[in-house]
Design a protein around this ligand. Structure first.
Ligand code: URA
Length: 197
């Protein structure tokens, strides 16, 4: 997986960054997207949730995780006391939908990575929750599976980061929901240790 380089100091303001993403034509996905998907939630939140890429609903609505996987994600967050409008910011590795929801390609991830890097530099979250192997592998510069990466606290630069399964994967693999629940409880406990909250 390609590496996500060190978080830059924000070069653009948050609004400029969002507008730049909206006009982006760095890769082929700009030809097939309906619109870009920058993020949703609270940019001042202490939690940053990072997924893979917009799906069909996200491409239509312009917001991440608004389809079935998103409903599951919101429920999972609510179960550990997090309101997805206030307590978290949610973004993806890719800002444009890959056609037919195919996997992101390495060159697409490279073309898009500075946007996520700048989002992280703006938000400066207390804890990153990376969902699925594209988010985890991109941020950690690793080829390890989620099964190997979950269950410990990693760091993206100096930001503590926990890895778990992607909600869309959980919809197809119900038995792993129990492990995902363990990961969320672990993330909640880690956050509490980091902040006292
Ligand atoms: N899956 C993702 O990784 N991101 C979304 O925004 C929706 C589904």
């Amino acid at each position: 997986a390609p590496t996500l380089p060190a978080p830059a100091k924000p070069v653009l303001s948050w609004d400029e960054l969002e507008q730049t993403v909206a006009r982006c034509s760095h890769c082929r996905l700009c030809e097939t997207r309906t619109q870009t998907v920058f993020g949703r939630g609270n940019p001042q939140a202490r939690w940053l949730i990072i997924g893979e890429a917009p799906g069909e609903q996200e491409d239509k609505q312009g917001k991440p995780f608004v389809g079935r996987a998103g409903q599951l994600l919101d429920n999972m967050l609510a179960a550990i006391g997090l309101d997805s409008n206030h307590d978290v910011y949610i973004a993806n590795v890719l800002k444009c939908r890959p056609p037919g929801n195919r996997n992101p390609s390495a060159d697409e991830i490279v073309a898009c990575q500075d946007y996520l890097r700048q989002q992280i530099a703006h938000i400066r979250p207390t804890l990153i929750l990376a969902l699925g192997r594209f988010a985890a592998q991109t941020l950690l510069d690793s080829n390890d599976s989620i099964a190997r990466l979950r269950g410990r606290v990693h760091r993206y630069q100096d930001v503590p980061m926990i890895v778990s399964f992607h909600p869309a994967y959980l919809l197809r693999n119900l038995p792993d929901k129990a492990k995902s629940w363990q990961d969320l409880v672990f993330a909640r406990r880690t956050f509490r240790q980091l902040t006292g909250q």
